[in-house]
Design a protein around this ligand. Structure first.
Ligand code: NAI
Ligand code: MG
Length: 483
């Protein structure tokens, strides 16, 4: 037992913050200038690991959004849509290069503002965000090859609204393909994580991108709604909750606006008896505890085949004992801070529901910091298929576990969800992987891995997980009109 739970003590290895430059106050980035919000109102963004205020952020209202859309329209008509595609590509490429040069600063600010571990922001978020710009820079002057024998036209002004779980990466997923396809942009980051989008605005300024091609407006849900409802926006791209996605759908019904919605998930991670068990356990950990479970495609429902269930659960618990929960800036930390008090309350509410529903709960004996918003990694065993915790998106480090006997049974259980974003399949058999990829209703299916992203592969969901694809050539098609 003692050996099972053996863990190492690491000396703290905090990432420095001395090299970053944060303003006390951030204004709106409209038409290439930093503009005071017309309401003169600002709100605070905090570090969820310490509850300290990092900066004040401008609160944009309808008037500011209107200015931003007008700037984007003017830039579209006068400059961006007239520019040769290869020139547009150079700007996108330059933004990627400048981001890459300042990758360390971006990673630190992302971890401070969002609570995610420095290991993830440094090794995943920021490099992937740069890669999206590099990748789409390559497509800008090759659109006719992406869509052969079709006439390809840009849409105009894209309104883009993004969440707090991958702040800079979501900005990159949205801005890079929009620009490559020849559109201009008004983007709103989440109210809890605006800083890296504003830093990106600084880079955009430095890149010499013509004024108004990218505008960044900050604020809450009403700022987002002002973008959605603006009559001169041609396309809405949204990532966030299914509830807001539905509101957006209603708001734009009957208008000319195109839309892509990337919403919630409750993805199945399926372990067969012939899977490489140790790798699968790492895959389960990565699937649900990566980014504190703040991942729309998190592998939040685990299905284990009966013959290996005891072994997998024992190894999983053992592995969880060695997870470090705490300071996101420490390079040893595996699980950082929950993004906001509101989100922590929501996760704790679901943990309570799970207990009341009678599932067996397991949490490792890890220390949790007393200040800041933290949550221990949590398992629920023997979960009923109809239970709230196995049906609703929790968006935190909480995993439900069910067992299964046959392939048909697990397909039926995995598909019994209002969502359909992603799934993971762990098995030695290639034929079984192909069988499942055709039968699981999920936009992305990983085989013997989980949570792997690449700018060249499309990402998006079925059912209440939304529609449209981001990434790859599919991601371009969301920003063009084909005839
Ligand atoms: P949310 O959907 O409210 O926020 C996402 C973005 O939409 C933010 O920028 C927000 O300001 C904006 N927004 C809010 N109301 C709007 C409206 N009426 N019109 C236009 N824009 C609006 O998500 P929230 O409240 O931050 O998180 C709630 C839950 O959503 C989470 O607990 C999680 O379950 C889920 N979620 C899913 C994400 C995903 O990637 N699929 C990302 C973030 C949250
Ligand atoms: Mg914050």
């Amino acid at each position: 037992m003692a050996q099972d739970q053996a863990t190492w003590e690491y000396a703290p290895a905090p990432e420095g913050t001395g090299h970053i430059k944060l303003n006390k106050k951030y204004n709106l980035f409209i038409d290439g200038k930093w503009v005071v919000p017309s309401s003169k109102k600002y709100f605070e963004t905090i570090n969820p690991a310490t509850e300290e205020v990092l900066a004040e952020i401008a609160y944009a209202n309808e008037k500011d959004v209107d200015l931003a859309v007008k700037a984007a329209r003017k830039a579209y008509t006068n400059v961006w849509s007239k520019m040769h595609a290869s020139e547009r590509a150079k700007y996108i490429y330059r933004i990627a290069r400048l981001m890459q040069e300042r990758a360390r600063e971006f990673a630190v600010i992302e971890s401070l503002d969002a609570g995610k571990t420095i290991r993830e922001s440094r090794d995943i978020d920021i490099p992937l965000a740069c890669n999206h710009f590099f990748y789409y820079a390559g497509w800008a002057d090759k659109l006719e090859y992406a869509f052969p024998n079709r006439k390809v036209e840009s849409l105009g002004v894209a309104g883009q609204i993004i969440p707090w779980n991958f702040p800079l990466l979501m900005a990159a997923w949205k801005i890079a393909p929009a620009l490559a396809a020849g559109n201009t942009v008004v983007l709103k980051p989440s109210e809890t994580t605006s800083l890296t989008a504003l830093k990106l605005a600084e880079i955009i300024e430095e890149s010499g991108l013509p004024a108004g091609v990218v505008n960044i407006v900050t604020g809450y849900g009403d700022t987002g709604a002002a973008i959605v409802n603006h009559p001169d926006v041609n396309k809405i791209a949204f990532t966030g909750s299914t509830a807001v996605g539905k509101l957006i759908q209603k708001a734009i019904a009957g208008t000319h606006k195109k839309s892509t919605l990337e919403l919630g998930g409750k993805s199945a991670n399926i372990i067969f008896e012939d899977a490489p068990i140790d790798q699968a356990v790492e895959g389960i950990i990565n699937g649900i505890f990566f980014n504190q479970g703040h991942v729309c495609c998190a592998g939040s429902r685990l299905f284990v085949q009966e013959g290996v269930a005891d072994k997998v659960i024992r190894k999983l618990k053992q592995r969880m004992e060695s997870l470090y929960v705490g300071d996101p800036m420490d390079k040893n930390t595996d699980i950082g801070a929950i993004n906001s008090k509101q989100q922590l309350d929501k996760i704790n509410k679901y943990i309570q529901i799970g207990i009341e529903e009678g599932a067996e709960m397991y949490q490792p004996s890890c220390e949790i910091p007393s200040k800041g918003y933290f949550c221990a990694p949590t398992l629920f065993l023997d979960v009923a298929q109809s239970s709230v915790i196995s049906q609703e998106e929790i968006f935190g480090p909480v995993l439900t576990i069910q067992t299964f006997r046959t392939v048909d049974e697990v397909i039926q259980k995995a598909n019994n969800s209002p969502y359909g974003l992603a799934a993971g399949v762990w098995t030695d058999k290639g034929s079984r992987i192909f069988n499942l990829t055709t039968k699981l209703k999920a936009g992305v299916i990983w085989a013997n891995t989980y949570n792997k992203f690449d700018p060249t592969s499309p990402f998006g969901g079925y059912k209440e997980s939304g529609f449209g694809r981001e990434g790859g050539m599919h991601g371009l098609s969301a920003y063009v009109k084909l005839s």
